[in-house]
Design a protein around this ligand. Structure first.
Ligand code: A3P
Length: 271
């Protein structure tokens, strides 16, 4: 018998603490995540949405797929590298504690909120919410795509020692892209020469990725995204400053301090 699926104000379906997109996130796959078999050489990129997932996947594709380094792949990036935004504490594969590696990327939540706001409004299959203040309140309550940013980041940081994990911030990646790529390759046990690193830095640049349709979900799924927007949008730290009012920023800081007081991680809010 078909279960009645509840839909949130933004057109998402709630699933184990996350809010997801019907037709994109498949419940039967999500249900099997907890017992999904992990192999020794599996690498899982875990993020809250809009935190640098595609960028990290692109870097991994350059590390693992030779044609990406030469002529470029003709496959969407999501087919080359597995990503899991849907892994939160309720659906974490048990096997990841014993096998495989996790790359966890977090981004300052004000920029995440702005980036997610734009995504919400250029995703055709979701309800648009043109008022940023309304959206921001939904973000703070965790009623947006991916659920609560606060829970996602706090929980992964609280449990990170249980995994073979590399955790980085989006801001680290912007400030020192080369350094970030070296950290990733070292973590994966790959020794790269300087020239290879330079090539990866160049190919995974914002400009190159924006021009590569295989990096752009919006180009691959025209039925899901308005073609006026771009999945790879601005790529800046501190873009929230042109969106947040002073009152919104102060209100946000207060909630952030209450919810994240135990977090051993400092974000760069601007550069
Ligand atoms: P903005 O909307 O702030 O531009 P995700 O892939 O997790 O959904 O994250 C998307 C965000 O990462 C978007 O942020 C996007 O522009 C940014 N991004 C993607 N590729 C990037 C790159 N090569 N350099 C910097 N930012 C990048």
């Amino acid at each position: 018998e078909k279960q009645k699926i509840q839909i949130t104000a933004l057109g998402l379906f709630p699933y184990k603490g996350m809010n997801l997109i019907r037709g994109v996130h498949q419940v039967q796959h999500l249900d099997s995540l907890e017992t999904f078999e992990i192999r020794d050489d599996d690498i899982v990129v875990v993020t809250y949405p809009r935190s640098g997932t595609t960028w990290t996947q692109y870097i991994l594709s350059l590390l693992y797929h030779e044609d990406q380094m030469t002529e470029g792949s003709n496959k969407p990036i999501q087919e080359l590298v597995l990503q899991q935004q849907t892994i939160n504490k309720n659906i974490r594969p048990q096997g990841l504690r014993e096998k495989g590696k996790v790359i966890y990327i977090a981004r300052n939540p004000k920029d995440v909120a702005v980036s997610l706001f734009h995504l919400q409004n250029f995703t055709k299959v979701l309800k648009s919410e043109p008022d940023f203040n309304t959206f921001l309140n939904q973000f703070l309550k965790g009623e947006v795509l991916g659920g609560s940013w606060f829970d996602h980041v706090a929980d992964w940081y609280a449990h990170k020692d249980e995994f073979d994990i590399l955790s980085m911030t989006y801001e680290d990646m912007i400030k020192d892209t080369r350094g970030a790529i070296v950290r990733i390759s070292n973590f994966l046990g790959k020794k790269l020469d300087d020239q290879t690193i330079d090539t990866i830095v160049d190919k995974s640049s914002f400009k190159n990725m924006k021009e590569d349709p295989q990096a752009r979900r919006d180009k691959q799924h025209p039925a899901v995204f308005e073609q006026s927007g771009s999945f790879i949008r601005k790529g800046k730290v501190g873009d929230w400053k042109i969106m947040f009012t002073v009152a919104q920023s102060e209100g946000f800081d207060q909630i952030y301090m209450e919810k994240m007081k135990d977090l051993a991680l400092e974000f760069d809010w601007k550069l």
